[in-house]
Design a protein around this ligand. Structure first.
Ligand code: GS8
Length: 221
């Protein structure tokens, strides 16, 4: 019997985009169920499948849920273990890849959101912090094609959704990534040459509009 795969997602979510890219990279078909968190709230299915965090993305594999985007990406990598794994086989390189993916997880979303949604001194602080993070990532990338070397891998999947935020950083936070982190931008463009990425990432202008809508909603609370 074929595997049944359902992805609970929401189009602007960088976390859901990681899972979609991972599935596309492995060539796996799945059914997408869009949770419109902004308008409809959370479905009973989401609450049942992720009762702990109540967040998307959730991958439901033959009825069993897997939660947390990086955990899901690793699950996909372990299950559909082909000739080009996302995580390197060498234990030290694996540990390093997990370290950077965790760093991205802890820093990039929250600081980017703060940059786009705050003003004045708080915004300046967020800009400084975000830039420091990207500079560190840029140093880690160095001259490599991808974070793991020649193959698109775990750290690339963790970070690439935020490439679609470049316009938000510029418009709302006055942070020009092309000028400040040209190697990260060049890496983003390289990743966008992969259909798995370009077919998944949202249009930056649409994402920007969504971000404004979200900021308005949160500001009004
Ligand atoms: C984060 C998921 C998340 O923030 C992961 O999967 O990596 N660490 C998790 N999901 C958001 C949508 S994207 O901003 C979400 O589901 N929010 C609803 C909520 O928190 O109530």
């Amino acid at each position: 019997m074929a595997d049944e795969l359902i992805l609970l997602e929401f189009w602007p979510s960088p976390f859901a985009q990681r899972v979609k890219i991972a599935l596309a990279e492995k060539g796996i078909d799945y059914e997408s169920k869009e949770e419109n968190l902004l308008i409809n709230g959370k479905s009973p299915l989401l609450l049942k499948m992720n009762p702990v965090n109540k967040q998307i993305p959730v991958l439901i594999h033959n009825g069993k849920p897997i939660c947390e985007s990086l955990n899901i990406v690793q699950y996909i990598d372990e299950l559909w273990n082909d000739q080009s794994p996302f995580l390197p086989r060498d234990p030290y390189k694996r540990a390093q890849a997990r370290f950077w993916a965790d760093y991205i997880d802890k820093k990039i979303f929250s600081t980017g959101r703060k940059l786009g949604m705050s003003k004045g001194e708080t915004q300046e602080e967020a800009k400084k912090e975000l830039l420091e993070c990207y500079k560190l990532l840029e140093a880690e990338l160095g001259e490599k094609t991808y974070f793991g070397g020649e193959t698109f891998g775990f750290v690339d999947i963790a970070l690439i959704p935020f490439y679609a935020w470049t316009y938000i950083y510029k418009k709302l936070g006055n942070l020009n990534m092309e000028e400040e982190c040209p190697q990260i931008v060049a890496w983003g463009k390289r990743c966008m040459e992969r259909e798995t990425v370009s077919n998944t990432l949202p249009d930056p202008y649409k994402l920007y509009d969504f971000f404004l809508e979200l900021a308005k909603k949160l500001g009004g609370q």
